[in-house]
Design a protein around this ligand. Structure first.
Ligand code: NAD
Length: 373
C-alpha cells in the first residue's frame, strides 16, 4: 500500500464529526494530491450508481483513486479502465475477485452491488486483507450486518457504510444549525422519500423488486434516507416505532417487496418523526425539522445536487447560502483518510446495522402493532 507511511506520520487529522470530510487536512499539503500516493479503491459492480455518480467523483478526491475494477462484463470493464486510467492487470471478475489480495495497489474494496451481495463481498474483501466501503443499505438483515462487522473487526480492517447524505454540505449545515439551537427545542420531523420504481424500463431497478437481492422494497432503498436523516438530525436513537403499509399486490412490481410504508419514530427527548417511503410516486427527497423557535426545510434534502435549504419562523423565511461541494468525493476522501490515519469512519458498520435493525422493526410493526425497540 502506497500510503501507510505518509498516514502514520500524521498524528491527528480526522475527527469523526460532520465537518471532518471536507475539512482541510495536513495530508493535503504533505501529499500534494499525487495520484500514486492516494488510497487505491477497487470498484465492485460497474452499474448505474458506480458509473454515473461515484466513478466521475474520484477526479475531485484528494486522497482516493480508482485502482481496480471488478465486473462480470469484460468489455464494460475494459472500456471504463481505459477511461479512468486503470491498468488492464487490475481488472477482476466475480470469480477471480479473491486474488485481489495479491494486489498492493488496492487498499479499499468499494461494494456497489445489489444489497443482497454486500455481505458476501465484504467478507471476501476482508479475507483478501482489504478495507471495505459498502453502499447503503448495508445488508438485507441485521444478522448479515453483524457478520460484516465481525469479519472486518477480525481482519483489523475498516468498514464504512456509504451514507453520502452524512458527507453532504447542506445536511451538515442543517445538523450544525440544529445543534447550535437555531430552531430552539427540537420537537418534530417530517421526512418523505419516494420515486416510481421501474424494473422493466430501468435495469438498475430489476433487482430492487426482488426480495432476495433487495431485502425489501422502498424502505430499504429510499425510505432509509428518511430514517437515517431523523437519526442524524436529532443525534438520538429512536425508542419506539409504529408503521403502516399499503401495497397493491395486483401491481406486477410489488409481488415480492413493499410499495408505500409510513412510519413514526419516538426519540428519547420526545421528538416525533413522521416518515413516508414510496415506490410509486414521483421524485421526492425532503425533510422538515420543527423546533419551538423555527423550522428548517431541505427540499431536496438527499439528492445528488441542487439542494434547497429554507429556515422560517414567525418573522418569515430565509434561504442561507451553502456551497454544494461534491458529496461523493467528500465521502470517498473520508474513507481514504480513515485508512491513512487509522481512524474510525463517521458512518461505520454499526451505523448501517442500526438502520437495518430499525427497518426490520418497522417491517414487524407495519400491520399497525406498536413495537418497543
Ligand atoms: P445497478 O443494478 O445499476 O448496479 C449493480 C451492479 O451489480 C451491476 O453492474 C450488475 O451487473 C452487478 N451485479 C453483480 N452481480 C449481480 C447480481 N447477481 N444481480 C444483479 N446485479 C449484479 O444498481 P445501482 O443502482 O448502481 O445500485 C448498486 C448499489 O448502490 C446498491 O447497493 C444501491 O443501494 C446503491 N445505491 C446507492 C445510492 C446512493 O445514493 N448512495 C444510489 C443508488 C444506488
Amino acid at each position: 500500500m502506497f500510503l501507510r507511511q505518509a498516514g502514520q506520520a500524521v498524528a491527528t487529522v480526522i475527527v469523526a464529526g460532520p465537518a471532518a470530510a471536507s475539512a482541510p487536512s495536513p495530508l493535503d499539503d504533505a501529499m500534494q494530491y499525487d495520484d500514486q500516493k492516494k488510497v487505491g479503491f477497487a470498484i465492485v459492480g460497474l452499474g448505474k450508481f458506480a458509473t454515473q455518480q461515484m466513478m466521475p467523483a474520484f477526479k475531485d478526491c484528494k486522497h482516493a483513486r480508482i485502482a481496480a475494477l471488478v465486473s462480470g462484463s469484460p468489455d464494460k470493464a475494459k472500456k471504463l479502465a481505459r477511461q479512468y486510467g486503470v491498468e488492464a492487470k487490475n481488472i477482476y471478475n466475480y470469480e477471480n475477485f479473491d486474488t485481489i489480495k495479491d494486489n498492493p495497489e488496492v487498499d479499499v474494496v468499494y461494494i456497489v452491488l445489489p444489497v443482497g451481495l454486500h455481505a458476501e463481498y465484504t467478507i471476501r474483501a476482508t479475507k483478501a486483507g482489504k478495507h471495505v466501503l459498502t453502499e447503503k443499505p448495508m445488508a438485507t438483515s441485521p444478522e448479515d450486518c453483524q457478520k460484516m462487522i465481525d469479519a472486518c473487526q477480525k481482519a483489523g480492517k475498516k468498514l464504512m457504510v456509504a451514507y453520502r447524505a452524512q458527507y453532504e454540505p447542506f445536511n451538515l449545515d442543517a445538523i450544525a444549525r440544529i445543534r447550535k439551537g437555531e430552531l430552539g427545542k427540537l420537537l418534530q420531523i417530517t421526512a418523505d422519500h419516494g420515486r416510481s420504481v421501474d424494473p422493466t424500463g430501468d435495469k438498475a431497478d430489476s433487482w430492487r423488486v426482488q426480495k432476495k437481492l433487495a431485502g425489501g422494497g422502498s424502505l430499504m432503498d429510499i425510505g432509509i434516507y428518511s430514517l437515517n436523516a431523523t437519526r442524524y438530525l436529532t443525534g438520538e436513537e429512536p425508542v419506539e416505532v409504529t408503521a403502516i403499509e399499503s401495497t397493491d399486490k395486483n401491481d406486477p412490481r410489488f409481488q415480492e417487496v413493499e410499495d408505500r410504508i409510513h412510519f413514526t419514530l419516538r426519540f428519547p427527548s420526545g421528538v416525533l418523526a413522521t416518515c413516508t417511503s414510496s415506490y410509486s410516486i414521483q421524485e421526492v427527497k425532503r425533510y422538515r425539522v420543527f423546533g419551538d423557535k423555527a423550522w428548517l426545510d431541505l427540499d431536496p434534502a438527499t439528492d445528488y445536487k441542487e439542494h434547497n435549504l429554507k429556515i422560517g419562523d414567525k418573522n418569515g423565511e430565509r434561504k442561507p447560502n451553502v456551497d454544494e461541494g461534491n458529496q461523493f468525493a467528500a465521502e470517498l476522501d473520508h474513507m481514504a483518510e480513515c485508512v491513512l490515519n487509522n481512524t474510525t469512519p463517521k458512518t461505520p458498520g454499526e451505523e448501517g446495522l442500526r438502520d437495518i435493525r430499525l427497518i426490520h422493526a418497522i417491517y414487524d410493526t407495519r400491520t399497525g402493532k406498536r413495537v418497543k425497540v
